[in-house]
Design a protein around this ligand. Structure first.
Ligand SMILES: Cc1cc2nc3c(=O)[nH]c(=O)nc-3n(C[C@H](O)[C@H](O)[C@H](O)COP(=O)(O)O)c2cc1C
Length: 197
Protein backbone atom coordinates (compact mmCIF):
# COMPACT_ATOMS: atom_id res chain seq x y z
CA UNK A 1 0.00 0.00 0.00
CA UNK A 2 1.34 3.45 -0.80
CA UNK A 3 2.15 5.78 2.09
CA UNK A 4 -0.71 8.06 0.99
CA UNK A 5 -3.25 5.25 1.17
CA UNK A 6 -1.75 3.93 4.41
CA UNK A 7 -2.29 7.33 6.05
CA UNK A 8 -5.82 7.55 4.67
CA UNK A 9 -6.82 4.03 5.70
CA UNK A 10 -5.73 4.21 9.36
CA UNK A 11 -8.66 4.36 11.71
CA UNK A 12 -9.18 4.86 15.41
CA UNK A 13 -9.96 1.40 16.81
CA UNK A 14 -12.39 1.11 19.70
CA UNK A 15 -13.14 -2.60 19.29
CA UNK A 16 -10.14 -4.74 20.26
CA UNK A 17 -9.54 -8.37 21.22
CA UNK A 18 -8.69 -9.17 24.85
CA UNK A 19 -5.39 -10.95 23.97
CA UNK A 20 -2.30 -9.41 25.56
CA UNK A 21 -0.10 -7.32 23.36
CA UNK A 22 3.18 -9.01 22.47
CA UNK A 23 5.80 -6.90 24.27
CA UNK A 24 8.44 -7.42 21.57
CA UNK A 25 5.93 -6.11 19.00
CA UNK A 26 5.08 -3.13 21.18
CA UNK A 27 8.73 -2.26 21.78
CA UNK A 28 9.41 -2.51 18.04
CA UNK A 29 6.50 -0.14 17.36
CA UNK A 30 7.57 2.33 20.05
CA UNK A 31 11.12 2.30 18.72
CA UNK A 32 9.88 3.03 15.21
CA UNK A 33 7.54 5.77 16.49
CA UNK A 34 10.48 7.43 18.26
CA UNK A 35 11.76 8.53 14.86
CA UNK A 36 9.21 11.33 15.10
CA UNK A 37 10.86 14.75 14.83
CA UNK A 38 11.72 16.49 18.11
CA UNK A 39 13.44 19.82 18.72
CA UNK A 40 14.69 19.40 22.30
CA UNK A 41 18.08 17.89 23.24
CA UNK A 42 16.41 14.68 24.32
CA UNK A 43 13.12 13.08 23.42
CA UNK A 44 10.32 15.05 25.16
CA UNK A 45 7.90 12.09 25.42
CA UNK A 46 7.41 9.53 28.15
CA UNK A 47 4.74 6.84 28.36
CA UNK A 48 3.39 4.99 31.36
CA UNK A 49 2.37 1.43 30.54
CA UNK A 50 -0.64 -0.03 32.28
CA UNK A 51 -1.06 -3.70 31.38
CA UNK A 52 -0.97 -5.88 34.50
CA UNK A 53 -4.24 -6.69 36.25
CA UNK A 54 -3.28 -4.87 39.47
CA UNK A 55 -2.04 -1.84 37.47
CA UNK A 56 -5.32 -1.69 35.55
CA UNK A 57 -7.39 -1.96 38.73
CA UNK A 58 -5.41 0.89 40.28
CA UNK A 59 -5.67 3.05 37.11
CA UNK A 60 -9.44 2.49 36.85
CA UNK A 61 -9.97 3.30 40.53
CA UNK A 62 -7.95 6.52 40.19
CA UNK A 63 -10.04 7.59 37.18
CA UNK A 64 -13.22 7.02 39.20
CA UNK A 65 -11.76 8.93 42.20
CA UNK A 66 -10.78 11.77 39.87
CA UNK A 67 -14.29 12.11 38.45
CA UNK A 68 -15.71 12.24 41.95
CA UNK A 69 -13.14 14.86 42.95
CA UNK A 70 -13.88 16.90 39.83
CA UNK A 71 -17.56 16.63 40.75
CA UNK A 72 -18.34 15.20 37.31
CA UNK A 73 -20.60 12.67 38.96
CA UNK A 74 -22.26 15.20 41.26
CA UNK A 75 -25.58 15.15 39.38
CA UNK A 76 -25.53 11.36 39.02
CA UNK A 77 -27.85 9.09 40.97
CA UNK A 78 -26.23 6.41 43.13
CA UNK A 79 -27.27 3.88 40.49
CA UNK A 80 -25.65 5.88 37.68
CA UNK A 81 -22.40 6.27 39.65
CA UNK A 82 -22.36 2.51 40.23
CA UNK A 83 -22.91 1.87 36.51
CA UNK A 84 -20.25 4.31 35.30
CA UNK A 85 -17.74 2.97 37.86
CA UNK A 86 -18.39 -0.55 36.58
CA UNK A 87 -18.09 0.66 32.97
CA UNK A 88 -14.66 2.21 33.58
CA UNK A 89 -13.37 -0.78 35.49
CA UNK A 90 -14.53 -3.23 32.80
CA UNK A 91 -13.21 -1.05 29.97
CA UNK A 92 -9.79 -0.62 31.57
CA UNK A 93 -9.49 -4.28 32.59
CA UNK A 94 -10.69 -5.65 29.23
CA UNK A 95 -8.40 -3.47 27.11
CA UNK A 96 -5.01 -5.20 26.93
CA UNK A 97 -2.73 -2.18 27.15
CA UNK A 98 -2.98 1.46 28.17
CA UNK A 99 -0.26 3.98 27.47
CA UNK A 100 -0.55 7.27 29.31
CA UNK A 101 1.02 9.86 27.05
CA UNK A 102 3.11 12.56 28.71
CA UNK A 103 5.32 15.32 27.35
CA UNK A 104 7.94 17.55 28.98
CA UNK A 105 6.37 20.63 30.56
CA UNK A 106 7.95 23.83 31.90
CA UNK A 107 7.31 27.57 32.16
CA UNK A 108 8.68 28.02 28.63
CA UNK A 109 5.82 28.36 26.12
CA UNK A 110 7.99 27.63 23.08
CA UNK A 111 9.49 24.49 24.63
CA UNK A 112 6.04 23.31 25.68
CA UNK A 113 4.71 23.76 22.15
CA UNK A 114 7.67 21.84 20.74
CA UNK A 115 7.30 19.04 23.30
CA UNK A 116 3.57 18.65 22.63
CA UNK A 117 4.10 18.84 18.85
CA UNK A 118 6.82 16.18 18.91
CA UNK A 119 4.83 13.88 21.20
CA UNK A 120 1.76 14.15 18.97
CA UNK A 121 3.97 13.28 15.98
CA UNK A 122 5.18 10.24 17.96
CA UNK A 123 1.61 9.15 18.67
CA UNK A 124 0.61 9.37 15.02
CA UNK A 125 3.74 7.39 14.03
CA UNK A 126 2.73 4.77 16.58
CA UNK A 127 -0.86 4.58 15.32
CA UNK A 128 0.35 4.12 11.75
CA UNK A 129 3.11 1.62 12.60
CA UNK A 130 0.72 -0.44 14.77
CA UNK A 131 -1.62 -0.90 11.79
CA UNK A 132 1.04 -3.13 10.21
CA UNK A 133 0.81 -5.54 13.17
CA UNK A 134 -2.98 -5.50 13.30
CA UNK A 135 -2.80 -3.50 16.53
CA UNK A 136 -5.32 -0.70 16.94
CA UNK A 137 -5.87 2.05 19.46
CA UNK A 138 -7.98 4.97 20.52
CA UNK A 139 -6.40 8.18 21.81
CA UNK A 140 -8.62 9.51 24.58
CA UNK A 141 -8.44 12.87 26.32
CA UNK A 142 -10.80 12.18 29.21
CA UNK A 143 -11.22 14.83 31.96
CA UNK A 144 -8.96 13.07 34.53
CA UNK A 145 -5.92 14.14 32.48
CA UNK A 146 -6.45 17.68 33.84
CA UNK A 147 -6.63 16.60 37.48
CA UNK A 148 -3.40 17.38 39.39
CA UNK A 149 -4.20 14.88 42.12
CA UNK A 150 -4.43 12.18 39.44
CA UNK A 151 -0.88 13.10 38.39
CA UNK A 152 0.32 12.53 41.96
CA UNK A 153 -1.50 9.25 42.30
CA UNK A 154 -0.05 7.99 39.01
CA UNK A 155 3.49 9.12 39.94
CA UNK A 156 3.64 11.75 37.19
CA UNK A 157 5.82 14.72 38.18
CA UNK A 158 4.76 18.33 37.64
CA UNK A 159 7.33 18.83 34.89
CA UNK A 160 5.29 16.55 32.64
CA UNK A 161 1.93 17.10 30.96
CA UNK A 162 -0.54 14.33 30.21
CA UNK A 163 -1.69 14.50 26.57
CA UNK A 164 -4.15 11.66 26.87
CA UNK A 165 -4.10 7.90 26.96
CA UNK A 166 -3.86 5.29 24.24
CA UNK A 167 -6.06 2.25 24.79
CA UNK A 168 -4.51 -0.53 22.73
CA UNK A 169 -5.31 -4.05 21.53
CA UNK A 170 -5.33 -6.34 18.52
CA UNK A 171 -7.98 -5.13 16.09
CA UNK A 172 -11.32 -6.89 16.35
CA UNK A 173 -13.22 -4.71 13.89
CA UNK A 174 -12.49 -1.62 11.86
CA UNK A 175 -15.21 1.03 11.79
CA UNK A 176 -16.97 1.39 8.47
CA UNK A 177 -16.68 4.67 6.62
CA UNK A 178 -14.46 7.54 7.67
CA UNK A 179 -14.98 10.77 9.51
CA UNK A 180 -15.40 13.17 6.62
CA UNK A 181 -12.49 15.49 5.90
CA UNK A 182 -13.00 18.85 4.23
CA UNK A 183 -11.23 19.51 0.97
CA UNK A 184 -7.88 21.27 1.64
CA UNK A 185 -9.14 24.28 -0.29
CA UNK A 186 -11.58 24.86 2.62
CA UNK A 187 -8.81 25.25 5.22
CA UNK A 188 -6.02 26.79 3.18
CA UNK A 189 -5.80 30.33 2.00
CA UNK A 190 -3.23 32.38 0.17
CA UNK A 191 -1.64 35.17 2.20
CA UNK A 192 -2.79 37.62 -0.46
CA UNK A 193 -6.43 36.56 0.18
CA UNK A 194 -6.04 37.45 3.88
CA UNK A 195 -4.31 40.79 3.59
CA UNK A 196 -3.91 43.28 0.81
CA UNK A 197 -0.32 43.36 -0.43
C1 LIG B 1 -6.03 14.68 20.52
C2 LIG B 1 -7.11 13.65 20.32
C3 LIG B 1 -7.99 13.38 21.35
C4 LIG B 1 -8.98 12.40 21.20
N1 LIG B 1 -9.82 12.13 22.25
C5 LIG B 1 -10.75 11.18 22.12
C6 LIG B 1 -11.59 10.85 23.22
O1 LIG B 1 -11.49 11.43 24.31
N2 LIG B 1 -12.52 9.88 23.05
C7 LIG B 1 -12.64 9.21 21.87
O2 LIG B 1 -13.49 8.36 21.77
N3 LIG B 1 -11.85 9.48 20.80
C8 LIG B 1 -10.91 10.44 20.90
N4 LIG B 1 -10.08 10.72 19.85
C9 LIG B 1 -10.21 9.96 18.60
C10 LIG B 1 -10.96 10.79 17.56
O3 LIG B 1 -12.31 10.87 17.90
C11 LIG B 1 -10.79 10.12 16.17
O4 LIG B 1 -9.43 10.27 15.80
C12 LIG B 1 -11.68 10.79 15.14
O5 LIG B 1 -13.02 10.42 15.36
C13 LIG B 1 -11.30 10.46 13.72
O6 LIG B 1 -11.37 9.08 13.52
P1 LIG B 1 -10.12 8.31 12.87
O7 LIG B 1 -8.98 8.41 13.85
O8 LIG B 1 -10.61 6.90 12.69
O9 LIG B 1 -9.80 8.98 11.58
C14 LIG B 1 -9.10 11.68 19.97
C15 LIG B 1 -8.20 11.98 18.93
C16 LIG B 1 -7.23 12.94 19.10
C17 LIG B 1 -6.28 13.23 17.96
Amino acid sequence: MSILNFIKNRRTIRDTKRDSINMDDLMELLEAASYAPFHSKEEPWQFIMVSEEKEKEYYASKIVDSYERMELTETYTVEKIKKSTEFFKTYIIDTPMHLIITADHSENEKKNLEAIGATCAFVQNLQLAAWEKNIGMVWRTNPYIFDKQFYKEMGIPENRKILGALHIGYINSIPKGTKKRKHPSEWTSKLSQNISL
